[in-house]
Design a protein. Structure first.
Length: 340
């Protein structure tokens, strides 16, 4: 794949009206999701649930790509069609989470660094053969007493940039995800401060590693107060603060920003995205790359029952449509009630 192909795929991932489904939960995380609906986390149950999402009729109108876990990329639908081909046939790009998770950062108390660079070049080559077209790597930056340290931000930014360079070398679009967590009691101003620094250092490292900005997608947090903060901001305030932060730190060459939901409810994540897209014109597409905020109601509607697949798909299709509308600022809260 050439550099032009990477640029074209990056643009497709953040095409107007569409966004990315994050279905890359690790085995441990998907077990928690399935435990919540009383379903055993067997390989076949995990496959059946992902198949429900991937075969939802019309989802491709609002979903441009799906991030997969290693196990899922190797799985196939009931008729034997590999999931990667099933998605491509629906004009949805299949991607793959390639990091090995956040581990304790040596020399720092309570901070994490994401690992997974060892052997990554070889793993990327295999993922290309399995049909992947893009990748994802998540770094986590926590806010607390005395943290994050500059050391932690730089260590994670360097790893993100090395990963991104290797992905582009393999012909894959990297999703660069520096997530400032919304845990804690910090206010929105503290989140803005940390998010700005994190983005600045990340783009400095991306430049150092010669990453082609036109061939990547940024997946950041929204600028939000911590969950335990006594003062919670309005949808409009979050949108304005987030867009201000991005304007200060994200180069216009980046084709799109696909937000993570970070523990927000489905409707909160959609409302925030909608409000931000109402603040345009902006230099980049503002899209979504949601996990729980696209799946929570679908998972509940399905409940692991074979005769409830259609109900699960209807719930997923609704959330995809709502977020598709939020891409252009056309979402309204009463659309949720009308669909209920």
């Amino acid at each position: 794949m050439t550099g032009l192909d990477i640029v074209a795929n990056a643009a497709k991932m953040v095409a107007p009206g569409r966004g990315i489904l994050a279905a890359d939960e690790s085995t441990g995380t998907i077990q928690k999701r399935l435990d919540g609906i009383g379903v055993e986390s067997t390989e076949d149950n995990r496959r059946a649930y992902r198949q429900l999402l991937f075969t939802t009729a019309g989802a491709e109108a609002h979903i441009s790509g799906v991030i997969l876990f290693d196990e899922t990329l190797r799985q196939a639908a009931d008729d034997g069609t590999p999931f990667s081909k099933l998605l491509l046939d629906k004009d949805i790009l299949p991607g793959i989470k390639v990091d090995k998770g956040a581990k304790d950062l040596a020399g720092s108390l309570g901070e994490k660094v994401t690992e997974g660079l060892d052997g990554l070049r070889e793993r990327l080559a295999e993922y290309v053969d399995l049909g992947a077209t893009f990748t994802k790597w998540r770094a986590v930056i926590d806010i607390g007493a005395g943290i994050p340290s500059r050391y932690c931000i730089e260590a994670n930014a360097h790893a993100l940039a090395r990963y991104a360079a290797l992905s582009q070398e393999a012909g894959l679009v990297p999703i660069v995800e520096p997530e400032v967590l919304m845990d804690g009691d910090h206010d929105i101003e503290r989140c803005r401060e940390v998010t700005e620094e994190t983005l600045q250092v990340t783009f400095d490292q991306l430049a150092n590693q010669r990453v082609l900005l036109e061939g990547m997608v940024l997946k950041p947090n929204m600028v939000l107060p911590g969950k335990k903060c006594a003062s919670q901001n309005s949808v409009e305030e979050v949108a304005e603060m987030t867009v201000k932060t991005l304007r200060r730190r994200v180069p216009a060459a980046v084709p799109g920003i696909a937000f993570l939901s970070g523990g927000q409810s489905e409707e909160e994540a959609t409302a925030h995205l909608n409000a931000m897209n109402g603040l345009g014109p902006l230099p980049w597409e503002l899209s979504f790359s949601y996990g729980r905020a696209l799946q929570a109601s679908a998972l509940q509607a399905w409940g692991g029952k074979a005769d409830a697949v259609a109900a699960g798909q209807a719930a997923f299709a609704h959330r995809a449509k709502m977020n598709g509308l939020a891409r252009s600022g056309d979402y309204q809260a009463d659309m949720e009630r009308d669909a209920a």
